[in-house]
Design a protein around this ligand. Structure first.
Ligand code: NDP
Ligand code: OXD
Length: 308
């Protein structure tokens, strides 16, 4: 009985220690040193090479080290076993910190002050109140719901958009395609926290930017494929959008010659908006390993038909 750990980005030794302290009898194999593939019963993964997971004949579940499972589900050879996504207090905490920081930066005009400083200009501007600012969050799940709640607690006027209606204190819920335009019309700072699916790919495009009020800002912390980058650049250059904070890109790392790097109105972070600490994430992972080994449904199991 063994767990396969496969991630180029996560700290394998910390995960091994946290899982071993909760399940000392479970083997822990760090890819590519997998030993006998028949002993692997659960895989804990982030961006495994396509086709890799079909090498394990006794695999009972795939647990994602990330909240987003678009990469996993894109694998045409992914075995037909339950898949669970990461839900973890540290992932949530770091995401809501990032979103609050990015919203405040646009709200208080720090993005503009950074440009003015480079030009040595004393550009006094009277600061607006949070209560006068409308922030819209696309995706009101584990992360978007928590971010929207924090923004509302901070005093912003918060709107949310999701597939089904939500009841979150201080957040005006909009649901479904039919309410997307109303949501966008009212949103001055737009935060994207949607999963990447066939329905949401390319949703941040010229049509969406045209529905936002003139001078709105965009924060994309979901997936690069949500955004049509050329449409964003055009919207920023025309002044329709005033700024953008981008953590995710169609191609990561962002190529050195990509025009977004040098854009005056764009802040780029290298896909660091949030991360799971093994010390907090391991409780949920171990619970799901136990469920998988005893044939019970996983917590936070992905609906493959919906894609999240
Ligand atoms: P959840 O699955 O918990 O929530 C997804 C939300 O999106 C739900 O509210 C869902 O609506 C809504 N949604 C899905 N499809 C649609 C649609 N077609 N139209 C409208 N709303 C839709 O996801 P998480 O909050 O855990 O994570 C969200 C995403 O954040 C991840 O998929 C990942 O891409 C990204 N992420 C990025 C990180 C980073 O570091 N940059 C880190 C972690 C995650 P409903 O509730 O009605 O189903
Ligand atoms: C995730 C991510 O999906 O880090 O968790 O992007």
């Amino acid at each position: 009985m063994a767990l396969l750990f496969l991630s180029p980005d996560d700290p394998a030794d910390l995960w091994r220690r946290e899982i071993a302290s909760r399940m000392p009898d479970l083997g822990f194999r760090i890819w590519p040193e997998v030993g006998d593939p028949a002993e692997i019963e659960v895989a804990l993964v982030w961006r495994p090479p396509p086709g890799e997971l079909r090498r394990y004949p006794n695999l009972k579940a795939v647990l994602s080290l990330g909240a987003g499972v678009d990469g996993l589900l894109a694998d045409q050879e992914l075995p037909d076993v339950p898949v669970a996504r990461m839900v973890d207090p540290s992932l949530r905490r770091t995401m809501i910190e990032y979103v609050l920081l990015a919203v405040l930066r646009h709200h208080r005009g720090f993005d503009r002050f950074e440009r003015e400083q480079r030009a040595r200009r004393w550009a006094y501007a009277f600061p607006p109140q949070a209560a006068e600012r409308r922030v819209g969050v696309m995706g009101l799940g584990e992360l978007g719901g928590a971010a929207a709640g924090l923004l509302a607690d901070h005093g912003f006027q918060v709107l949310g958009w999701s597939r089904s209606p939500k009841a979150i204190d201080g957040v005006t819920s909009h649901a479904g395609r039919g309410e997307l335009r109303t949501f966008l019309h009212r949103t001055e700072i737009l935060v994207c926290l949607l999963p990447l699916t066939a329905e949401t790919r390319g949703i941040l495009d010229a049509a969406a930017f045209a529905d936002l009020p003139h001078g709105a800002c965009l924060i994309n912390v979901a997936r690069g494929e949500h955004l049509v980058e050329a449409d964003l650049i055009e919207a920023l250059d025309s002044g329709r959008l005033a700024g953008a904070t981008l953590d995710v890109f169609r191609e990561e790392p962002l190529p050195e010659d990509h025009p977004l790097w040098a854009h005056q109105k764009v802040l780029i972070t290298p896909h660091v908006a949030s991360y799971s600490w093994p010390a907090t994430g391991a409780d949920g992972v171990v619970e799901n390993i136990r469920r998988a080994l005893s044939g019970r449904p996983l917590a936070h199991q992905v609906d493959r038909a919906k894609g999240y």
